[in-house]
Ligand binder design. Structure first.
Ligand SMILES: *Cc1c(COP(=O)(O)O)cnc(C)c1O
Length: 425
């Protein structure tokens, strides 16, 4: 039996209706932007394996960093102990994050990073004896699948079954160019609900289909929130570490968030690790003679030394001239591709920021998130050896930064073929 057949017996996959879904593809090898399945078929990973892998699969430098750390100190508990990789990674992160970020709290993945950020905000006010219980979030946001993160997420069917059990969240629309609706709504919501926090995906809503919005608009919202004592939480789990062309999406902003959540590319897509960073002021809200004012949150693998050592090496790779040149190259090539597909009337909302490129394909078919049109597109791309996951009728790519020009050409060609084949169906 091959992997695909053996998988079926015991495996339960994420976001998968096992009765109707196509069988998962057994992947046996990855190198740079390429993956190979158990039949030897080659794929270009055009979405960096769910947005985690910027520096390529089976990266030699990250593997060396992992090996070195695994044979020096693979893990030690972080309660009452510390270690060099955590200290050095925290120092490094603080040196590249917006200046107001001063404290680093470790966890395991994007959802836990968000969970921690929301708990920090809620307990900050609890510790002060201030009644702020609500969280403000954007419509169609995605912040993860654990309970607080899921509550903040606005892609409704993800949380339908749990509606009765969620944190109180009020929504505002994503800012639109030339409209003040989002700012107006935020002011109303603040006056009515006296929220604790405003959480947002900085500049790009990923899971809802790479919806890009303006830095100026976000700046204004952060400013309104901060003027009213609302803690701002930038979920940069997807946008962090170069995706938007800058190290962080928050680098485009004048008003910096109070709390930031990072994961995905943090370890170069090797193993799970996440951080929630905070200002000194947030930290000081927990600093007390009273033990009950501490943040009682932790995970067994908090600040795993191997993860931290890999993350440090990953940031060094990001900072290299070669990787910075890659970011510019991909951004420029995406612009060229947008010009190339401008002639197709069925292509709508074509957009790009950094290495992210997306467009909507006009269709009269079912455009549900996991609908039939999406499946047709997905199957077409897989058959062409390009891995990407359309969202309804939205097609996006977010390649690893090391993708070659020839591989990128191939991805663009397949995208254009899809436009010609599936337009106005
Ligand atoms: C992926 C993602 C998360 C959740 O991260 P996980 O590691 O999947 O738990 C949270 N926020 C954003 C913006 C994401 O893209």
């Amino acid at each position: 039996m091959n992997l695909q057949q053996r998988d079926e017996k015991h495996l339960w996959h994420p976001y998968t209706q096992h009765q109707t879904a196509a069988k998962p593809i057994g992947i046996v090898k990855g190198k740079d932007a390429l993956l190979w399945d158990e039949d030897g078929k080659e794929y270009i990973d055009a979405i960096a394996s769910w947005w985690v892998n910027p520096y390529g699969h089976s990266n030699e430098r990250l593997a060396q960093a992992a090996y070195k750390q695994l044979t020096q100190l693979e893990h030690v508990l972080f309660g009452g102990f510390t270690h060099r990789p955590a200290v050095e990674l925290a120092e490094k992160l603080i040196s590249i994050l917006p200046k107001n970020q001063q404290k680093v709290f470790f966890s395991d993945n994007g959802s836990t990073a968000v969970e921690v950020g929301i708990k920090m905000a809620l307990q900050y006010f609890f510790n002060k004896g201030e009644k702020r219980f609500t969280v403000v979030a954007f419509e169609d946001a995605f912040h993860g699948d654990t309970f607080a993160a899921m509550a903040a997420s606005g892609i409704s069917f993800f949380a339908d079954a749990f509606k009765e059990h969620l944190l109180k969240v009020v929504r505002i629309p994503l800012p639109k160019k030339g409209s003040d609706a989002a700012a107006k709504k935020l002011k109303e919501v603040i006056a009515e609900h006296h929220p604790a926090a405003f959480i947002f995906e900085a500049l790009v809503q990923g899971a809802s289909g790479m919806q890009i919005y303006e830095p100026d608009a976000l700046d204004k919202l952060i400013h309104i929130a901060q003027e009213n004592g609302v803690i701002t939480i930038a979920d940069e789990v997807m946008t962090g570490f170069g995706r938007t062309g800058r190290t962080f999406a928050s680098d485009y902003l004048t008003h910096k968030p109070d709390i930031m959540c990072l994961s995905k590319a943090l370890t170069g897509g090797t193993i799970p690790l996440a951080v929630t960073t905070a200002t000194q002021e947030i930290f000081d809200g927990f600093y007390s003679e009273d033990v009950n004012k501490a943040l009682f949150h932790g995970h067994t693998f908090t600040a795993n030394p191997t993860g931290c050592a890999i993350a440090l090496e990953a940031i060094r790779i990001l900072e290299s001239d070669e990787m910075q040149a890659n970011l510019k190259r991909i951004a420029r090539r995406h612009q060229e591709f947008l010009a190339r597909i401008a002639k197709y009337p069925s292509v709508e909302n074509a957009r790009t920021l950094g290495v992210i490129l997306a467009f909507d394909l006009k269709t009269s078919q079912n455009t549900d998130y996991y609908g039939s049109f999406r499946d047709k597109l997905y199957n077409f791309f897989i058959s062409e050896g390009v891995i990407l996951r359309p969202v309804g009728n939205i097609i996006y790519i977010l390649p690893p930064y090391i993708i070659t020009d020839a591989q990128l050409d191939r991805v663009y060609d397949v995208l254009e073929e899809a436009i010609q084949k599936f337009s106005n169906q």
